[in-house]
Ligand binder design. Structure first.
Ligand code: 5GP
Length: 188
């Protein structure tokens, strides 16, 4: 177990491959806890409740907000709510684990404010065109949703300078290597 455990935040536009990247990093770094977010959006095919997300109704989500049970929460793409339940993150940190959150820019800014020593990592695509292609290939969003996600991407890319690190996800293996390197350096 490392002496300096930290809170890592990975953000980046939808379709950039954060999920795959983070999964591969988890397989390589021991003692890293991945926070499972709560969301009001419907599960995509293959997503498992409790693993990918905790899927909730808007009513349940709002109850969580009222109870002050989120470390952060946001409405993403002007549509669904997403939030990080506070308790599991707090427990993992107390036990000396580092924690990784895969959340959007609005959430990242809230966490940085509450936990200033958190490390912000932004994953970018090689280009917006590549991003559009990846979203289309995924075949889980309508054209309208894809355009909405690309608009959010433009907004998010605007916040790059507030992040501590930027990782370009062109060749997955290289991006994984880079992310693992950042985590090791920050917790050494
Ligand atoms: P998706 O619907 O594609 O799984 O996620 C959409 C966006 O919501 C992504 O940018 C993802 O990082 C973000 N997101 C996922 N979980 C959370 C969360 O707990 N809080 C915040 N603020 N954003 C989240």
């Amino acid at each position: 177990m490392s002496d300096i455990n930290k809170l890592f935040i990975v953000s980046g536009p939808s379709g950039v491959g954060k999920g795959t990247l983070v999964r591969q990093v988890l397989a390589r770094v021991p003692d890293l806890y991945l926070s499972v977010s709560m969301t009001t959006r419907q599960p995509r095919e293959g997503e498992i409740a409790g693993v990918n997300y905790n899927f909730a109704t808007e009513e349940d989500f709002k109850k969580f907000i009222e109870d002050d049970s989120f470390l952060e929460w946001a409405r993403v793409h002007n549509k669904y709510y997403y939030g990080t339940p506070f308790k599991p993150v707090q427990n993992a940190l107390k036990q000396g684990q580092s924690v990784i959150l895969e959340i959007d820019v609005q959430g990242a800014m809230q966490v940085k404010e509450r936990v200033p020593k958190s490390v912000l990592i932004f994953v970018v695509p090689p280009s917006i065109e590549v991003l559009r292609e990846r979203l289309r290939e995924r075949k889980t969003e309508s054209e309208e949703d894809i355009e909405s996600r690309l608009r959010t991407a433009a907004y998010e890319l605007d916040h790059l300078k507030k992040y501590d690190y930027v990782v370009v996800n062109d060749i997955l293996e290289n991006a994984v290597e880079e992310l693992v390197g950042i985590i090791k350096k920050e917790t050494a």
